[in-house]
Design a protein around this ligand. Structure first.
Ligand code: ADP
Length: 629
């Protein structure tokens, strides 16, 4: 026999789990039944290719046995079982990263939703300690002869020893605490199974072990009758008509599937007939998880082929920009002995993928039309991921573009508009859709580059999500209108006549300021590629603009932060010839002129939200200037 201690952090966490949970201890049963069902799923799946695993021809089942005398509740399955290594790995350790996350979450959430947190962190099994002071696990792995026994009373660590189980599977015996004996009762257990585990695909039965010697004949009959019947209906939820399923049932199934502690945001049951037949039950979660933004995160939909669970990491059933969608797809058209590699290229899988994608899109389109507030809630959570679709999914890009929202210069802070709203409100004669890239919405709203657009009554979309800049390339056009960056190249607003008038004025101003422009060019030669009179400014003295195809300053900063080599690309300084400050600086001479030009340049950086390059020099110049007053 081997005695081991739980890792320190696990002990601490177990203590929290057990001692901080006052309500909803009942979920331990859901967790153990889910594990049993997963173990049978795995056995069944492996049995497809390795017949020796299922040679006993057993009927898959999950049994609950209550012993009132011994105060024990046993949950047994005839699933895959565990060998000694697996036992050690699965029940003796929890990935410490998971534990760390768990602890952080606990801090954040206070104590309210503790029980719901447990499942989420792969500690479902430990929920047993909420009701038991000792837990014994006896298990034998399918295809092997050896059985093992794991036992723990939590604070004393755990022991692993040889067991004497003579059939494959796992039994978990809970030695219930004295104040938790209600879980031995048939009605209590039966209600819990109906509430949380009704859709489990294998029969869950209840059996009373210690029958009183003086049990009356009638009692015996009714007991045997009810014990013969499974407690769950076993009908896969996705196969039942939507009208026959209560939302609570969908919610429980979603929690079982995802370990999310909250109900889903949206439930989408649907099916297809004809070319490909399948049933699907999709869920949109309420909140994104961190994993969604990590590269290589694998979770996808769960795939069943003729009721056999094939796997729950079926990314091939969804495009990556829909990786937040959870759920089940069940098809009878796929061969059972599928391998992942085969699935990837399978024509049926491709058809399912496109049907699922289209269904999610139409669900969102409906939501957008019928419940704007709900759609906004969805978009706040998943908008960033959705936008990836415009970039990566050419087939659906046009539909996705209609679902994407942006803040705009004209709309209130915190409000976003659809592209079609933008187009509807375009100024007369406006041909293009204008946007400005910035790291922060507050900076964008104040950017000098917006001034001319404002003057001409044009709205500007504010691209402040880090993915927006990547996306600006892929957006290309919407409703026949091009996307134009107001901080790049030459932007011309207004009618042709207005543009002509502006050009003339610009040429005149350039002539008048000629000497000054040359002086600025000389002074800032190392920093800017050109200096010219601006047509985009009304209120600010100056701003910096990039060439047509240049990266924005925020993108350059981000790429450098990621250790990419980005060559310095000089921008153009535009001056507002009408601005009193520019007129005043133009009249200066000597060192006063040089200092003022340096300050003008720094002011342009600050106005767009970029840092000044030499803070010390800037402060000195500013101080000198103030002292001159
Ligand atoms: P989770 O189920 O979220 O992974 P648990 O703490 O509930 O986390 O279980 C840990 C692991 O122990 C499971 O992933 C599984 O590998 C194993 N396990 C638990 N219960 C059983 C069972 N009844 N049969 C076989 N393996 C099991």
């Amino acid at each position: 026999m081997k005695t081991s201690q739980f890792k320190a952090e696990i002990a601490e966490m177990l203590d929290l789990v057990v001692n901080s949970l006052y309500s909803k201890k009942e979920i331990f049963l859901r967790e153990l039944i889910s594990n049993a069902s997963d173990a049978i799923d795995r056995a069944k799946f492996l049995g497809l290719t390795d017949k020796s695993i299922v040679a006993d021809g057993s009927e898959w089942k999950i049994q609950i046995a209550a012993d009132k005398g011994a105060k024990t509740l046993m949950i047994s399955d005839n699933g895959i079982g565990m060998d000694a290594d697996e036992l050690e790995r699965n029940l003796g350790t929890i990935a410490s990263s998971g534990t760390k996350k768990f602890r952080e979450m606990l801090k954040e959430k206070g104590g309210e939703s503790l029980p719901e947190l447990i499942g989420q962190f792969g500690v479902g099994f430990y929920a047993a300690f909420m009701v038991a002071d000792k837990v014994t696990v006896e298990t034998r792995k399918r295809g092997t002869d050896a059985s093992f026994k794991w036992e723990s009373s939590m604070s004393g660590g755990y022991t692993i020893s040889d067991g004497d189980r003579d059939f494959p599977g796992t039994s978990i015996t809970l030695h219930l605490r004295d104040d938790q004996l209600e879980y031995l009762d048939y009605w209590r257990v039966s209600d819990l199974v109906k509430k949380y585990s009704d859709f489990i695909a294998y029969p869950v039965t209840y059996r009373q072990v210690d029958i009183p010697a003086d049990e009356k004949e009638d009692d015996r009959k009714s007991r045997e009758e009810r014990e013969a019947k499974p407690l769950n209906t076993m009908v896969a939820l996705w196969k039942r008509a939507k009208k026959d399923v209560k939302q609570e049932e969908y919610d429980e199934f979603y929690k079982h599937l995802t370990h999310d502690w909250e109900a889903p945001f949206e439930t989408v049951p649907f099916g297809a007939e004809g070319q490909v037949e399948f049933k699907a039950l999709l869920f949109l979660p309420k909140k994104p998880t961190m994993e969604l933004f990590m590269p290589n995160q694998k979770r996808g939909l769960s795939l069943y082929v003729r009721n056999v669970f094939i796997g729950d990491d079926m990314e091939m059933l969804l495009p990556s920009w829909l990786r937040f969608v959870k759920g089940v797809v069940d098809s009878s058209d796929l061969p059972l002995n599928v391998s992942r590699e085969m699935l990837q290229d399978d024509a049926i899988v491709q058809k399912i993928k496109s049907a699922v994608t289209s269904k999610v899109l139409s669900t969102l389109e409906d939501m957008k039309k019928k419940d704007a507030k709900k759609y906004d809630e969805f978009f706040s959570s998943f908008g960033t991921i959705l936008k990836e679709g415009v970039h990566t999914d050419w087939e659906n890009a046009d539909r996705i573009k209609k679902l994407v929202k942006y803040p705009s210069a004209r709309s209130d802070a915190g409000k976003r508009i659809f592209l079609e709203d933008y187009v509807k409100d375009m100024a007369s004669g406006q041909k293009d859709i204008y946007y400005l890239i910035s790291e922060r919405e507050e900076d964008a709203r104040k950017a000098p580059q917006l001034e001319a657009a404002r003057k001409h009554g044009c709205d500007v979309l504010l691209f402040c999500d880090p993915v927006d800049e990547f996306l600006s390339e892929s957006l290309r056009e919407f409703d026949g209108k091009k996307f134009v960056d107001v901080a790049k190249g030459d932007v011309a607003f207004g009618s042709e006549a207005e543009q002509k008038a502006e050009k003339d004025a610009n040429e005149k101003a350039t002539k008048e300021l000629g000497g000054f422009i040359e002086a600025v060019k000389k002074e800032l030669d190392a920093k800017v590629s050109d200096v010219r009179v601006s047509t985009r400014l009304t209120d600010s003295p100056c701003c910096l603009v990039a060439k047509e195809n240049a990266l924005s300053p925020s993108m350059v900063r981000m790429m450098r932060a990621m250790k990419n080599e980005v060559p310095e690309e000089k921008r153009i300084l535009e001056l507002n010839a009408e601005h009193p400050l520019v007129k005043k600086v133009a009249a200066l001479k000597g060192s006063e002129l040089s200092d003022a030009i340096a300050l003008l340049y720094d002011a342009a950086l600050i106005a767009e939200g970029s840092p000044v390059t030499d803070g010390a020099r800037f402060t000195k110049l500013l101080a000198d200037l103030m002292m001159r007053q």
